[in-house]
Design a protein around this ligand. Sequence first.
Ligand code: HPA
Length: 284
Amino acid sequence: MQVGAYEAAREAGDFLAERHPPPPVAVVLGSGLGAFADSLDDAERLSYATLPHFPMPHVQGHAGELVLGHVHDPHGGRVAVAALSGRVHVYEGHPLRLVVHAVRAMHAWGVKAVVFTNAAGGIDASFAPGDLMLIRDHINLMGCNPLQGPNDERLGLRFPDMSAAYDPALGECVRQAAGEVGVRLREGVYAAVMGPSYETPAEIRMLGLLGAGAVGMSTVPEVVAARHVGLRVAAISCITNLAAGIAQHPLSHDEVKETAAIVRDSFVGLLRAAVPRIAAEVER
Ligand code: HPA
């Protein structure tokens, strides 16, 4: 018999809690953005294969491991953090409950906040490849929701509120971190589509009219599941390419990976500065 989502998360959370106290913050790393995990001090790597019910990612640039480590805080101390390197996507054919399992497992472990990151196509005319965008809100155009089906009240409410899904206080932590490390931080709305084909130029014009600044194929199911269980959320898109029709050339996953590699240092710097601030905020 298939284990329920709550039981699966509980099992993973208990497995982790038996080995490590939960860090206040977990970071989910998007396509080609795994460098943050490599930057952590005193890191311990746990393959998803060893973690209860964790699915293995298939996409290039996704490692499939939970990295436990530390970053420095501004007072000379250090803060524990968990990096989830290798998310699974709905377009890979994974059931939604597996796509969001890691997020629920973080909550069951005792994590308080999750910082989601992703690679995204830039729609806002002022964005350039390599920009980092704080996600202020999202539009779910994936045609699915991880909370579809019977609701388990042990996870959360049947109709969870999404009016401040992207926590304003955590967003402010990211803004302050960007100022501290000298990263120009853009802001906008993230539109989530199913993929895996990139959008057509007409679809991108539509998304622009809807108010989207960037488009991607992840994050939204995980944010919905995170809010359902009461995790606080921040999210950052790496604008890896201009979206279809805005770019004058065909889109490719190679371009996404190349840009992610170019912004690696500023992206890692921003996250390393943001995590201690977010940890302080959620532990207040
Ligand atoms: N569209 C959708 N997803 C993406 C893109 C894009 O242009 N770039 C990176 N992920």
